[in-house]
Design a protein around this ligand. Structure first.
Ligand code: FAE
Length: 528
């Protein structure tokens, strides 16, 4: 690490300039370390680099969400979404598209760098957060540590004892993980929907478990008491929470900027990566305005490059770099090992006497845990559906142990990547979810809802995911610490390291792995 700190001390403001070939773009701005993306992987890298005294630049394609709009709030509401809701769309694309088959949910909006994106591939679409904080701005805050045995199965070369003894606790503490007060949970109307789902699961002999969250439950109780402005109790989540949630901009990223060594550029999308003759990395980034127009194309240089663009962002950059020849020595495993964490969403109709309540908190706090069932391992999050009236629907996001994986390939015609995931691969997830929920329906004499996912009477929404994982899998496209094979001083720190499935909601795992990578890199890596 000495050499990395020395590099920081020297400033390296002109890396790439002196030795760049004439044909290579000159790096107009340089820093010893650059981090691409400001989600979990990027935020951990930025903080630990900053604390080590290394001048670091973070490039984020989304905007900083800290300024109130004309309505006085930073994020728009879920019930009346405006342009702040989605990334350059003319209409919102909510996961739950219909109610009684009617398109009552989505609304017309004007294009803008909104906070939630839905990236469409041929047979799978992927929800991701855009902005300073990445997915932490839009997610449900469920902060779940995976089962140790399954973590060890997915990461056979990682020391699980060290992860569970050091890096998971470190991640949870930094993220501000807390749990709902069980007594309040049992008594409040805001979690009636969860208790009703718990009862239905118990009737089928299934176990439920509380799950922690990064939403401040003390704040939520004050919302319920009427002494704090409502956020989770006002339906806010996928288009951002105006209060209560400890998103990364309030935890890791605030601490990173607090070191004085970290600078953040927003609305800058890194388009390509290459290497200069002196071994430094060159990045080309498009700076956009709020209409999406490219107002400037910038060149950056750095000695140490950390990729935290998420499973989609990082994998796309590396596949493009390998297949266009700008980083030709990248491993063939780059682009492979992708999966949607077995995600399937579904709804059940309860009996009229099993109410779910008009009032529903948006932060899930419980899951049905049938992972130990070797024939059909599923962990199903009990999800809210806050519509402001009683609808008797129990909603779930099932995470199934789907072994299917897909690869990204470069498409020269569009300059982007394609994902080879198929509908048949999704059917594996929905088949597993169906087995579990058939049991629940049979025990309760209840039915599925057919009206929630479009006009085709679809029961299982297995064509989208909240949990994109893989593409640069740890130990395959990288070494066991996220160092990218084929290149020195190039690292991956985000969800692309996770091999397609982790059995629970993934951000605690992503954060803990990034902590492990940064501890090792800062201790060991030296400039050649
Ligand atoms: P991520 O957080 O996606 O950050 C990547 C960042 O990089 C983003 O800010 C991008 O805008 C930026 N970026 C990408 N490409 C570029 C580029 N070329 N140039 C510049 N910037 C770029 O990545 N997980 C849980 O554990 N619990 C939950 O309750 C949960 N709920 C979810 C609900 C929703 C609606 C969604 C969408 C996700 C949810 N997730 C949840 C998933 C979780 O947010 C996700 O696994 C992490 O955010 C992934 O972290 P990464 O660091 O991999």
């Amino acid at each position: 690490m000495v050499a990395l700190q020395t590099a920081a001390g020297l400033g390296f403001t002109r890396i790439g300039l002196q030795s760049a070939h004439a044909a290579e773009p000159a790096a107009a701005e340089s820093a010893p370390a650059i981090v691409v993306g400001s989600g979990y992987g990027g935020a951990v890298a930025a903080l630990r680099l900053g604390q080590a005294g290394i001048r670091t630049l973070v490039l984020e394609m989304g905007r900083l969400w800290d300024t109130a709009g004309p309505d006085g709030t930073v994020f728009c509401s879920t019930s009346a979404p405006d342009r702040r809701s989605m990334w350059f769309r003319t209409r919102t694309e909510a996961p739950l598209a219909t109610f009684l088959w009617l398109d009552l949910v989505n609304k017309d909006i004007s294009p803008y760098p909104g906070v939630l994106d839905r990236v469409h591939y041929d047979h799978m679409s992927v929800y991701v957060g855009r902005g300073v904080g990445g997915g932490s701005l839009v997610n449900g805050g469920m902060a779940v540590t995976p089962l140790k045995s399954y973590f060890a199965e997915q990461f056979p070369t990682v020391d699980a004892d060290e992860m569970y003894g050091t890096y998971f606790p470190r991640a949870r503490s930094m993220l501000g993980v807390n749990t709902v007060d069980p007594a309040w949970f049992e008594s409040t109307d805001w979690y009636r929907f969860t208790r009703t789902s718990r009862k239905a699961a118990a009737d089928a002999g299934l176990r439920t478990t509380f799950v922690p969250n990064v939403y401040d439950f003390g704040y939520m109780q004050r919302e319920a008491a009427g002494t704090a402005t409502r956020s989770a109790l006002a339906g806010e989540v996928i288009y951002g929470n105006n209060h209560g949630k400890r998103s990364l901009d309030k935890s890791y990223l605030a601490a990173a900027l607090g070191t004085g060594n970290v600078t953040l550029h927003t609305l800058e999308r890194v388009r390509s990566l290459s290497r200069a003759a002196d071994g430094s990395y060159l990045l080309t980034a498009d700076r956009i305005d709020t209409t999406g127009a490219i107002v400037e194309t910038k060149q950056y240089g750095c000695r140490y490059l950390f990729l935290g663009g998420g499973s989609l962002g990082t994998t796309e950059l590396l596949v493009r770099a390998r297949d266009t020849g700008t980083l030709p020595d990248l491993d063939p495993a780059v682009g492979a090992g992708w999966g949607p964490n077995g995600n399937t969403m579904l709804g059940r109709a309860n009996h009229v006497w099993d109410t779910v309540g008009a009032d529903q908190a948006t932060m899930p706090v419980m899951g049905i845990d049938d992972w130990a069932n070797a024939d059909n391992p599923v962990f199903a999050e009990i999800a809210p559906l806050p519509m402001g009236f009683e609808h008797w629907i129990s909603l779930y996001l099932a995470i199934t142990k789907n072994p299917e994986r897909a690869s990204f390939t470069y498409d020269p015609a569009s300059g982007t990547v394609r994902l080879g995931w198929t509908a048949a691969q999704s059917a594996v997830s929905s088949g597993m979810a169906k087995k579990l929920f058939d049991r629940i329906n049979l025990a309760n004499l209840t039915l599925y809802r057919y009206d929630l996912f479009g006009s085709t009477s679809k029961v299982f929404a297995d064509d989208f995911t909240y949990h994109p994982l893989g593409g640069c899998v740890l130990g395959k496209a990288t070494d066991d610490y996220g160092r990218v094979k084929g290149y020195s001083r190039l690292y991956v720190t985000d969800g692309s390291l996770v091999p397609g499935n982790i059995g629970v909601n993934p951000f605690v795992t992503i954060t803990a792995l990034a902590e492990r990578t940064m501890a090792r890199v800062l201790a060991e890596d030296a400039a050649p």
